[in-house]
Unconditional design. Structure first.
Length: 429
DNA sequence: TCTGGGGTCCTAGGACCC
DNA sequence: TCTGGGGTCCTAGGACCC
């Protein structure tokens, strides 16, 4: 970590979509404009995306949807189930536009990207940011905010200001020390990237309440209480880039697929169907990154919000040799489930985790005779993945996942799949 | 009964992010 | 009636080895 050298002259932009899921819904349903709109998590549970009008109603992020449905309706607003297929598709459109503005793009999440701007020092970056915003909106309909500064952490700060104060018109460039200091003085420490609830509470107890006070804190103190990660944050606030731009998304080291059920589930048969389906999804993700897993875990839990006997447990087993072959993973998972299952409980959630993930090319050849890479099994998986990619998820599926699926999650307020299903294409009249 | 120093690896738990 | 899902990294402590 460079703590003594010259401040580097890095420049990075953070482009962040405003109220992303809500904005996606509005692109295809303009009636939602200027009204309160919130998007719910899986199973129509918590509010995970809020329009400005919802924020103005003081409805917090993560709040259970049912508690606020009345209030939202009263103000002429709408609650929607999440439509991840739509959001993923809109996200890749936004990212394609961003790629036109810089050769270095790190897609950080479904609605955020960092752009490396080191070759852009002599440009009018203030206007460059506004141009990004304008273009993304024209081409995708999604409003974004742009923050530009010396490090990722400072670009986040700039982005917050761009989003919050309309005077900036959605884009702010923080490059000279005086402006940075001013902005940090106005930023509560809890808003700094890397400072969560626990650290916020701790820092406040020690009279560190603004980003500026955090920037000027003692290195030793920070490293001791916030670990090396916290120290990086502080150095980033000082303008030393410690968190590099990461253009190639790293392979996942663990893959989890878990869902809450639409209703309480107590039969082993329903759980077997759900677990089969989750394994299928997880294994697809695993094969997509050309990896195999060496460990499989299955977990079950009852409803923690409900009175009554609780049961939360997991079981795992090693996979040897490591594999990505769905039928074998399902078989192994169902065996684990048999051991894990206890009758008499009302289960609310189940899931599987694949871990000890390695690239398939690293599996020793000596295991070839039992290796999924070696024989028809891999070809079969490739064929299935291709079919399901082209014709939609579960064009081909495993009988163990069931057909009726009583346990399926609830998505009562789902918008059409405007961009990903032919039948749901918007109609032009 | 007394009883060193150092290294590695693994795991659980806790912090953070979106 | 109804309270999400999916990740990463770091550290402390225990097991084990010489």
């Amino acid at each position: 970590m460079n703590t003594t050298g010259l401040k580097n002259d890095n420049i990075v932009a953070l482009v962040d979509c405003n109220n992303f899921y809500v904005s996606c819904e509005r692109v295809f349903n303009p009636k939602l404009n200027n009204k309160p709109v919130a998007v719910l998590s899986n199973n129509d549970g918590c509010i995970v995306s809020r329009s400005q009008e919802i924020k103005d109603l003081k409805i917090p992020m993560g709040a259970p949807g049912f508690k606020y449905e009345g209030l939202i309706k009263k103000h002429g607003g709408t609650l929607l189930s999440s439509n991840y297929a739509l959001y993923a598709d809109m996200s890749s459109r936004v990212m394609e536009v961003l790629a036109l503005f810089s050769p270095e793009v790190e897609i950080y999440s479904i609605d955020e990207a960092f752009l490396g701007l080191n070759g852009f020092k002599n440009r009018d970056l203030e206007n460059f940011g506004k141009k990004i915003k304008r273009t993304v909106f024209q081409w995708t309909g999604i409003p974004v905010s742009v923050g530009i500064s010396q490090t990722k952490t400072l670009a986040k700060v700039a982005n917050h200001f761009a989003k919050r104060y309309s005077a900036f018109q959605g884009s702010l460039c923080l490059l000279d020390d005086e402006r940075i200091t001013k902005a940090l003085a106005k930023t509560p420490v809890s808003e700094v990237w890397g400072i969560g609830r626990q650290y916020d509470k701790f820092l406040r107890q020690h009279k560190i309440e603004t980003a500026l006070q955090l920037r000027d804190a003692e290195d030793k103190f920070i490293e001791h209480y916030l670990t090396s990660v916290g120290l990086k944050t502080v150095l980033e606030l000082r303008g030393y880039a410690c968190i590099d731009l990461d253009e190639a998304p790293a392979n996942k080291k663990s893959i989890v697929t878990s869902r809450s059920f639409g209703k309480q589930v107590s039969s082993l048969n329903d759980l077997q169907e759900a677990i089969s389906e989750y394994v299928t999804r997880a294994a697809e993700k695993l094969r997509k990154q050309k990896s195999v897993a060496g460990l499989l875990m299955v977990f079950l839990s009852t409803n923690r919000f409900k009175e009554g006997p609780q049961y939360n447990n997991s079981l795992s087993t090693t996979l040897f040799p490591p594999t990505a072959y769905t039928p074998e993973l399902i078989k192994t998972a169902l065996n684990l489930l048999d051991d894990l299952y206890l009758p008499g409980f009302e289960f609310k959630k189940a899931g599987v985790m694949l871990a000890d993930i390695i690239p398939e090319k690293d599996v020793p050849l000596s295991f070839m005779d039992t290796n999924y890479l070696d024989d028809k099994r891999k070809k079969l998986m490739e064929a299935m993945d291709k079919l399901n990619r082209t014709y939609g998820q579960d064009t081909l599926f495993y009988a163990s996942s069931g057909i009726k699926k009583d346990w399926k999650m609830k998505r009562a307020k789902l918008s059409p799949h405007y961009t990903t299903h032919w039948n749901d294409l918007p109609k032009v009249k």
